[in-house]
Design a protein around this ligand. Structure first.
Ligand code: NAP
Ligand code: MG
Length: 471
């Protein structure tokens, strides 16, 4: 049992003003594996003040010095990759192999990449009689979710540090451990005081205290639409910049000339990744009505290959969901799907062979109408809706008929045809004909999927203020 009883700020482990702790529960065993402090507004105030003091010297370091700190931090985290993967396999239920690559090694690599980004960014530009200077925005309050815990943290802190900002982080209650490992790594390398500050606790108490604190200049949030609304209004009240990475209900449009044997399995894998607990998951598969039944058969065959089980078992592709609450929400959505007339063709409940752990069978609904709840709301579990269409224009209209616009996919017989559809989708990312995730490309949402972008060199720009100096 890992026990943390302190927050980390001002370059040191600090006793919490709280007496209560939060249990971190394993998704597979349902047992507590760790405890962290349930912080208070007082802890936040101290951490924010440390971040403010830290900012005054951090912003004055040269770009090269900050870049080197990022590289040192990446190196210190690298030695912790196995520990991170194991913790997240417990917290989120991610299968260990996938957790190692995607939950641990990938975000660690991104820390180091931000060193390169900042070295390459031009911080001053001449415009007529002005010099336009990019300056760090200040103290950034970061609030993150549990589904890709370290990734979401790194998407904020690495570009913030690169830009010259300092950070106060509140990780998700359900998956806070990688944030503590990050604090240990920052401490080990001697990262200057007040640059990285961590307060654990609930969103309502610690999260709101960060967002509302007058010394926080910008809020960077990833999480649900509901919390995002609240955070945007609290931040708006303080006239703070806010970036929001919210939910999704992304569409995968399969055109009639696509190679179905490749496209459909790729679509299923995308939807089911991390047991569907992925904001960008293609949860709506939009297929030509004439090939609907063929798509269903291929999807079922692919699903059968995604073994559900203990995240620590080598054969497992899909682990349990992150919490009992998450499992129950997903099961309720599955019931709604059945009641509203979607055709259940695979899964649909709790797996009988896995009585312990928050498991839900990967599930496919066919002949779904896009107006149904399962096609409109973010389920955040392993549930795919297959939706038939009659023309390309209708396919695009269905894809865009969503309050969200985070990601999406198109597969067609040619690049041109796929590109044409991709450009008509109102969404921040589209992968065409199997295009792979690109760590240089900005990531973020249209519509209710958010405001602002993360990942890659363009994400660093979010953490700048512009100053115009006229001569
Ligand atoms: P959530 O309930 O919105 O929580 C996210 C974080 O916000 C948690 O740390 C939470 O604290 C905190 N929080 C909640 N209410 C708050 C408030 N009023 N003020 C300040 N902080 C508050 O989301 P989740 O259930 O953890 O994560 C799932 C959601 O995140 C999904 O909707 C998913 O699509 C979205 N997501 C989006 C992206 C993206 O890049 N667009 C990436 C990943 C996930 P607690 O720890 O107490 O809950
Ligand atoms: Mg939550």
């Amino acid at each position: 049992m890992l026990t943390y009883d302190k927050h980390y700020y001002d370059g040191a482990w600090q006793t919490s003003t709280a007496t209560e702790t939060i249990a971190v529960v394993s998704s597979a065993t349902e047992e507590a594996i760790a405890r962290v402090p349930r912080g208070t507004a007082e802890d936040v105030d101290r951490a924010v003040k440390a971040a403010r003091r830290g900012f005054e010297s951090w912003r004055r370091l040269s770009v090269e010095e900050r870049a080197q700190w990022l590289e040192k931090l990446a190196a210190a985290m690298k030695t912790r990759a196995p520990q991170i993967a194991e913790a997240i396999a417990h917290e989120v239920g991610t299968a260990l192999g996938f957790a190692t690559k995607v939950q641990a090694e990938f975000p660690i690599m991104m820390i180091g990449m931000n060193a390169k980004f900042i070295r390459d960014i031009k911080l001053e530009e001449e415009l007529g009689n002005s010099i336009v200077v990019k300056e760090p925005i200040g103290v950034v309050g970061c609030v993150t979710p549990w589904n890709y815990p370290l990734h979401q943290i790194v998407c904020k802190i690495a570009p913030a540090f690169a830009a010259g900002c300092t950070v106060v982080l509140k990780p998700a209650e359900m998956a806070p451990l990688s944030a503590f490992f990050l604090a240990e790594a920052a401490h080990e390398i001697g990262l200057p005081n007040g640059v990285f500050n961590l307060v654990s606790g609930s969103g309502r108490v610690v999260g709101e205290a960060i967002v509302g604190h007058p010394e926080v200049d910008m809020v960077s949030f990833t999480g649900s639409l509901q919390a995002g609304r609240r955070i945007a209004s609290v931040a708006g009240d303080g006239i703070k910049k806010v970036t929001l990475e919210l939910g999704g209900k992304s569409a995968f449009v399969v055109l009639d000339d696509a190679p179905f044997d490749k496209a459909i399995p790729a679509g299923v894998n995308n939807c089911m990744q991390n047991s569907g607990q992925t904001c960008s998951a293609w949860t709506r598969m939009i297929v030509p009505r004439s090939r609907h039944d063929e798509a269903v058969e291929l999807a079922k065959a692919q699903l059968a290959k995604l073994t559900l089980g203990d995240p620590f078992d080598k054969n497992t592709r899909l682990g349990p969901l992150a919490s009992a609450g998450q499992r129950d929400t997903v099961l309720e959505y599955i019931e709604k799907g059945k009641n509203e007339g979607a055709q259940l063709v695979a899964g649909g409940g709790k797996p009988a062979q896995l009585p312990k752990g928050f498991y839900v069978e990967p599930t496919i609904f066919a002949n779904v109408d896009n107006k149904m709840t399962v096609a409109q709301e973010e389920i955040f579990g392993p549930v795919l809706s297959i939706i038939p269409y009659d023309s390309d224009d209708q396919a695009i209209a269905i894809a865009n008929d969503s309050p969200y616009g985070l990601a999406g996919g198109v597969w067609a017989g040619t690049q041109e045809r796929a590109m044409d559809v991709a450009k008509q989708m109102r969404t921040g990312q589209v992968d065409i004909n199997g295009g792979r995730f690109n760590v240089l490309a900005p990531f973020g949402g249209y519509k209710k999927s958010g405001i602002g972008r993360e990942i890659g060199p363009l994400a660093v720009e979010e953490f700048f203020q512009l100053k115009s100096i006229q001569r």
